[in-house]
Design a binder for this molecule. Structure first.
Ligand SMILES: CC(C)(COP(=O)(O)OP(=O)(O)OC[C@H]1O[C@@H](n2cnc3c(N)ncnc32)[C@H](O)[C@@H]1OP(=O)(O)O)[C@@H](O)C(=O)NCCC(=O)NCCS
Length: 171
């Protein structure tokens, strides 16, 4: 872990730097549609954007990591989706992604959210406590091999059903 790492909520003055960071991080990613930086901009313009639940990781004033949690619904219950998560190449594998996820979960527990849902690598997200969503009866609204769709419980009992995303995701 890098010692001078600061995790804090994003501010409007960060938006340009975040956009550049997300684009750079996903340029080298295994799975990408090349649209993640635009997704962030779109989500901020929706009702599903949650002020205070998007985080930057900062080292000596430079933003090196970013995580956005936006609202989703499972039935009539509120939950959150982690997307995107990005760490600048050169700063990866120092625990920054994990620290951003942890900050999001801690803050989300103050709200009325049942769980966090993510689409991604089971090897990576299981390190932060994510579990396969299917055994919880939580289903993606798109075709995806089930092991890539995961949930982190924020409450003891979870709702089940098909997840509804912001229109910003285009799903
Ligand atoms: C994925 C990403 C956010 C991880 O952030 P990070 O700060 O490098 O990760 P952490 O330091 O918290 O965790 C590192 C651990 O995760 C593993 N890991 C990193 N990326 C991984 C991946 N894509 N799949 C599986 N494991 C991965 C590392 O091997 C390391 O394992 P170890 O702890 O056993 O040594 C970062 O690599 C990134 O921005 N990648 C490009 C964008 C991307 O793919 N985002 C995720 C979309 S689902």
């Amino acid at each position: 872990m890098i010692e001078t790492l600061v995790i804090r909520a994003e501010r409007q003055c960060d938006f340009d730097e975040i956009r550049t960071l997300v684009k750079a991080a996903f340029a080298g990613a295994e799975h990408t549609d090349g649209d993640e930086h635009n997704l962030v901009d779109r989500l901020r313009c929706t009702d599903e954007y949650i002020p205070g639940l998007s985080f930057v990781a900062e080292i000596n004033g430079k933003i090196v990591g970013y995580a956005m949690f936006s609202q989703i619904n499972i039935g009539s219950c509120k939950a959150i989706s982690l997307a995107p998560l990005a760490v600048l190449p050169g700063f990866q594998n120092h625990g920054i992604g994990r620290a951003l996820i942890e900050a999001g979960h801690q803050k989300a527990k103050e709200g009325d959210y049942y769980c966090s849902v993510v689409l991604g690598s089971p090897e990576y997200y299981s390190k932060s406590g994510y579990l396969p969503a299917l055994p919880f009866g939580i289903v993606a609204p798109f075709e995806i091999p089930p092991q890539f769709y995961m949930v982190f419980p924020l409450k003891l009992r979870l709702p089940h059903g098909t997840v509804r995303y912001s229109h910003a995701f285009g799903v």
